[in-house]
Structures are given as C-alpha cells and as structure tokens.
Design a protein around this ligand. Structure first.
Ligand SMILES: C[S@@+](CC[C@H](N)C(=O)[O-])C[C@H]1O[C@@H](n2cnc3c(N)ncnc32)[C@H](O)[C@@H]1O
Length: 340
C-alpha cells in the first residue's frame, strides 16, 4: 500500500515536515529513509533549517512533490536535481548518467596521471605550474561533465575537451560549467562519436584521455534495476552487444591521439578487466593495468603510451609490446573467461 504523502492542511515546522518525510520513506523500500528525508528537507530549505521554524507553504509543497516522485520510483538524484561529485555539486536529470561514486576513483587516477606528467594540482594559493592550454586532456562521453569538470577544478592549468554523442548530455554538461566558475573557460565542449568529435590538430598532443564509456551488454539492460533502466539514458549504459564494444573502440583509437608517455584512463566493469588489458597491449600501449574502486573491484584501466619522441603516434597501433601488462587479481567474472 502506498504511504499517505499528503499532510492535513495546516502550518508545519521544518521539524514536523522532516518527521513526516521520514515516516513516508520508512514505509518504502528505500535503503536509507532517514538520510533521504534529510536530503529532501535540506533541498526544500536550501540548507539545514531550524527544526522549530515554520516552513513556508511553497516548501511544504516542494517536499510533498519530491516524496511523490521518489515513491513513483525516480532516482533520489533526479528528485533532488543536484548531486555531489568530489568538490562539485552538479545538475543531474534524465538526460545524462547520474555520476557514480566509482567514477570519483576514475577522476583521481586521471588526476594522478596528469600530475605524473607535470600538471600541478590545485595549490592552496592557486598558483604555480605551466601556462594554461599547454596541458591537454580529453573526456570522451562526458555525460553531465563530471570528469572534465573535476579535472579543470582540481588541475588549475589543464584544458579539457569534453565530448559526447548525445545532444541531451551536452546540454547538461553545458549547464554544469557554472559549477567550476572561471575554470569553465578551460573546458571545450564538442559533440560527436568518440574521437570524431576532436579537432585533428589534437592528434599526438593529449596527455590524458579519460572516459567512462557505457559498458553494460545489450542483453543485460533489461535486468538492470528499474531505477536505472527506466530513468537513465540507454546510450549512457549500453556499450554494445556484449558491453565492451565502446571501451574497445576507445582503447584501439586512443594511441594516435596521445602524446608520448600520455595515458588513457577508462572506467570498466570488473568482468572486462583482463580483456581490456589485452586490448591495450595489442593497441601498442607500453603499460596497462587495472586499478580497483573503493569496494576493491577491478574498475579503472590505466594504459600508457611509450615514452620519448620515438613514439610515432600514427604507427603506434600494433607496435611491439615493450612494457608490462598486468591486471589485478580478477573478481572471477571475466566476460571472456580470461582467454583470447
Ligand atoms: C557511462 S556514461 C558516462 C557519463 C559521465 N562521463 C560519467 O562518468 O558520469 C557514458 C557516456 O558516453 C556517451 N556516449 C555513448 N556513445 C558514445 C559515442 N559513440 N561517442 C561519444 N559519447 C558516447 C553517452 O551519451 C554517455 O553520456
């Protein structure tokens, strides 16, 4: 039975409204009714309200509206309309993937790869490092813009090309530029499929390519939780018939775009780890490994181009393997059983 969302007409304090939201959510399958109630209340109040203060009528209406949407199965993030990613709070809605916590680890690995190549991290006084524009990064399949925006926010001199095939996603990314203030001037948005979206003169100059491509198999789509399947864009989730196709296109296509010693950093499904490392080695990367997410599951492919000026970007594919390819111990769910 649906819990009773409506309140009897009257004047409510924030405390009473909060108690009501908690009681309604506690009767649903949501995992953390207390935390969700707090988030809804803070969203309606624009911050943490004084429980004894009277909630304005429009805020009471807003809380009821949010409860209705949540009970109808909309993701919490869509109901709130905003979600946190590292230091940023971003607009989220049905037009782009909701930023996931595992993608924060992808951002961290991409940041480390940029720092390894000389990009300064944001200093307390905001100074230091190369001139803007010298350090080039691409975020392929930017969605809401999370990875691109985290990178310009935390690396004060990098310039990031953020691309997506979806005009809806590009609109969300554009709206999110405001979250990084002046750093938005170091983001270029370009619509198109993977590398097709990039201008040709970036070939051989990108120091980091980061991507969280869609990686669910077409057959797996129907088995996704309804909150995901019915509310997030299919093209943000499904990577092809088996799921690895988008990742494969990026791994194979990346070497000519990377500067010598440049790195490709991609999110993947744990079952794709072994195959992804093999693909990277076959594509001519000098080193390839998969790092874990916070839950210890294989999650982030890091592949580095050979170092030094001898690296011929155009001739990189199929070059002899000079480095080490390694995957962390697998979770045992490799889609291909770890065999070629
Ligand atoms: C898993 S979502 C990741 C979104 C965002 N980067 C994040 O981490 O939250 C994958 C993104 O890739 C985009 N995409 C799918 N196919 C693409 C293609 N052929 N070229 C470029 N982007 C594509 C989708 O529109 C979606 O925004």
């Amino acid at each position: 039975m649906m819990p009773d969302i409506e309140l009897t007409p009257g004047v409510y304090t924030w405390g009473a409204l909060s108690t009501h939201a908690r009681a309604v959510l506690a009767e649903t399958p949501v995992e953390s009714p207390d935390a969700e109630a707090r988030w809804l209340i803070e969203r309606a109040a624009g911050g943490r309200p004084d429980g004894a203060a009277t909630a304005p009528a429009y805020a009471v209406g807003h809380v009821i509206d949010m409860l209705e949407r949540r009970l109808a199965g909309e993701p919490l993030q869509h109901v709130l309309g905003r979600w946190a990613f590292r230091r940023l709070e971003l607009v989220v809605d049905h037009r782009a993937l909701i930023p996931r916590v595992e993608t924060e680890v992808v951002a961290e690995v991409a940041l480390e790869e940029a720092v390894r190549q000389g990009a300064p991290r944001r200093a307390a006084d905001g100074t230091g490092g190369r001139a803007a524009g010298e350090f080039l990064v691409a975020d392929l399949g930017t969605g809401s813009g999370v990875l691109a925006l985290a990178l310009v926010d935390e690396l004060p001199t990098v310039e990031v090309w953020a691309t997506d095939v979806s005009s809806d996603a590009m609109a969300v990314a554009r709206a999110n530029l405001a979250a990084v203030g002046l750093a938005a001037g170091r983001v270029r948005l370009a619509q198109g499929s993977w590398f097709d979206a990039l201008p040709d003169d970036l070939r051989g100059r990108l120091q980091v390519i980061v991507s969280n491509p869609p990686y669910v198999g077409a057959d797996e789509f129907d088995e996704l939780p309804p909150e995901v399947r019915d509310h997030e864009p299919r093209e943000a989730l499904v990577g092809g018939p088996t799921g690895i196709e988008a990742l494969e296109e990026i791994v194979v296509g990346a070497p000519p775009w990377l500067a010598p010693d440049g790195a490709l950093v991609c999110e993947l499904a744990p079952a794709q780890a072994t195959r992804a490392v093999k693909l990277a080695v076959a594509a001519g990367f000098a080193e390839a490994e998969v790092r874990p997410d916070l839950a210890g599951r294989d999650r982030v492919l890091v592949a580095r181009r050979p170092q030094g000026p001898s690296g011929n970007p155009a001739g990189c594919r199929g070059a002899p393997v000079t480095g080490l390819a390694r995957a962390r111990p697998s979770s045992g769910q490799d889609a291909d059983g770890g065999e070629e």
